[in-house]
Design a protein around this ligand. Sequence first.
Ligand SMILES: Nc1ncnc2c1ncn2[C@@H]1O[C@H](COP(=O)(O)OP(=O)(O)OP(=O)(O)O)[C@@H](O)[C@H]1O
Ligand SMILES: [Mg+2]
Length: 269
Amino acid sequence: MPEHVSQPETQYGPVPTSIGKEREALVQVEHLYFSYGHHLVLSDITFDIMDGDFLAVIGPNGSGKSTLIRLILGLLTPERGWINILGTPVTSFKHWEQVGYVPQKATRIDMLFPISVAEVVALGRIAAKTFPRWMNRTDTRLIHEALEQVGMASLSNTKIRELSGGQQQKVFIAKAIVNHPKILFLDEPTTGIDANSQENFYHLLGRLNREGITIVIVTHDIGVVTHYVNKVACLNQRLVFHGTHEEFCSSKEARALIPGHNHLIIHRH
Ligand SMILES: Nc1ncnc2c1ncn2[C@@H]1O[C@H](COP(=O)(O)OP(=O)(O)OP(=O)(O)O)[C@@H](O)[C@H]1O
Ligand SMILES: [Mg+2]
């Protein structure tokens, strides 16, 4: 039963890369339980996120996807179980500049606030700074590079509220990658974005992944995202599936979890 993941963390074992090095687990989640009050939301979740993975986290509304991401980011405290991030228990982890996060509904910042594209990305730099927190030339260069990576450098002085939803999402990705993180979490970043922009968006994530950023994306775009990812995790309070893209596409049980998506295509772009 390769796709079932309530198994020890050695499920994948060391994964050899093309240069012969073993891939390390950037995130380890072990027997994790979480409740809001008496409402059990996550039950006995065990899985690893390996260096270089592009992981899609899927599952119905209310299945615990955002909660799982928030636990991994240390924004919530587990009821039971443990989480390691970049080799350190999340409770004592300090290097949050190595972790990028685009929260669900990130674009719902106060759009009346006249903040520019470059200033949004600068917020990502400021968050990683200790005192003094003013900007220097290195910051300006990193902000420009991040905007170039997402194809938004030419709009750096434009007010964020003047951009389309897809453009705004790219700016939030630039903010999340401005510190060159090892791992990037995105929680439903394509909500409200048209199909064409979605494809471009996944292309961008695919490129960032090839450039070395491990990517974890929570999404309902399962038909599209399986073209790009190498791993799929399906949540429904429990981790009902966790495996490779190929295992997901060839597993009737896994696809049955996603109503209306029994026709997934295994070939990629
Ligand atoms: N702050 C909270 N307080 C109480 N219950 C919450 C809170 N946040 C989420 N929940 C509940 O926990 C469950 C899981 O929520 P979560 O947001 O993790 O789901 P999700 O899989 O991300 O859903 P969606 O696809 O709609 O974003 C839901 O039943 C939700 O109502
Ligand atoms: Mg959510």
